[in-house]
Design a binder for this molecule. Structure first.
Ligand code: PLP
Length: 365
């Protein structure tokens, strides 16, 4: 068995190049960037944030959220995130000072953060809300899509859909202006990335991937993570292929499958002794990026899952150097324990069933 961590590019998904899907209302082409971090950098600039300003970020995050703020020259203050991924708006409010211009709220794994409360406090204190929907493509809170509450919002749709690249900036205030650069990735780079995204389908079909071996090596895994997450922000627009695939995506199918796999795996995870799910349900409207578990001795269980053919992720094994782990012990706790199971639309029901049985088999070892 091999289960890829992200939805692989299949012929069915490729047909989205030529027909509009039901995800079409999302975003504007002139605000389509090559990555979520490029969209975030453009959003910070649209808000006029620069040197001397301060931005509040959650202490549980990855380097690619920090770098855009550093790039515009603003200072960063971190706010706490609990072991259950909860954020306390009062803790955010207590950090607001005269230089604070914006709060970034991450909707972790597609599950809405306390966005209405943080929106209200931003309005009260006259600062901007930046919604980070990198994990939350197609998720809603009540009848509103995530990404409509912030002054600005960003998405990283290549995480949820088989796109070669992509980052969306959404501006929810008429006075804000931004555009993506003219320059996009080269055709060769787009084709290479499309080929890479289709590899998962092949690996899944043959039931084996060389990646699992590499990921079991700590040094290589960390290097790969640093390559993907750290480094400067490349300011390019998204490829034309990614934009067409995004417009052609089948939202209802993606949400339906992700929710179904999530529910099935959650059921299996509830009975585990070696790990516990972070969220004990998926409320209506949530389109889960994956199923986060917390496990003591996480690295051991990751290794067992990789050995069984499940490409699990950790999100984020290494927190950015600016996060003081002694000040934010809960973020450090999560970073040491989290494992994210795939729930994507590229898994068949049979594959989700095999994953559920693998989890239970590990329980008996
Ligand atoms: C919460 C969050 N925000 C933003 C980003 C940046 O997105 P991208 O990788 O498309 O630049 C990521 C990516 O890892 C993320 O996890």
């Amino acid at each position: 068995m091999y289960l890829p961590p992200d939805p692989p590019l299949t012929l069915g998904a490729l047909s989205g190049l030529t027909r509009p899907g039901d995800g079409a209302e999302l975003g504007r082409e002139d605000l389509f960037f090559g990555s979520g971090r490029a969209a975030l950098l453009a959003g910070l600039k649209a808000l006029g944030i620069g040197p001397g300003d301060e931005v509040l970020l959650p202490a549980y995050l990855c380097e690619s959220v920090v770098t855009p703020v550093e790039t515009v020259g603003a200072d960063i203050q971190f706010y706490p995130v609990s072991r259950g991924l909860d954020v306390d708006p009062a803790a955010i409010e207590a950090l607001i000072g005269p230089a604070t211009r914006a709060v970034v709220l991450i909707h972790y794994f597609g599950f809405p953060g306390p966005v209405q409360e943080v929106r209200a406090l931003c309005d009260r204190r006259g600062i901007a809300l930046i919604e980070d929907c990198a994990h939350a493509l197609y998720s809603r809170l009540g009848d509103r899509s995530l990404g409509t509450f912030g002054d600005v919002a960003i998405f990283s749709p290549w995480k949820s859909l088989p796109l070669p690249d992509g980052g969306l900036l959404v501006l929810n205030r008429p006075d804000l202006k931004a555009t993506a650069p003219i320059e996009g990735p080269s055709t060769r780079r787009t084709l290479t990335r499309l080929a890479y995204r289709s590899l998962g389908a092949f690996e899944q079909a043959v039931g084996w991937s060389p990646r699992l071996r590499l990921l079991r090596r700590n040094d290589l895994r960390r290097q790969m993570h640093i390559r993907v997450s750290a480094g400067s922000v490349e300011m390019v627009r998204g490829s034309a292929a990614a934009w067409r695939l995004l417009r052609g995506a089948r939202r209802a199918l993606v949400v339906g499958r992700r929710r179904r796999h999530y529910a099935r795996l959650l059921d299996a995870c509830r009975k585990l002794t070696w790990a516990q799910p972070l969220f004990d349900s998926s409320p209506d409207g949530v389109c889960p990026l994956g199923l986060p578990l917390v496990a003591e001795n996480r690295d051991h269980w990751r290794d067992r899952l990789l050995a069984a053919g499940v490409n699990v992720r950790t999100y984020w094994e290494d927190l950015p150097p600016g996060v003081d782990l002694a000040r934010f012990p809960d973020a450090a706790w999560l970073s040491d324990r989290i494992l994210v199971l795939p729930t994507h639309q590229g898994l068949t029901n049979g594959a989700a069933g095999r994953l559920a049985r693998t989890l239970q088999r590990l329980d008996r070892i």
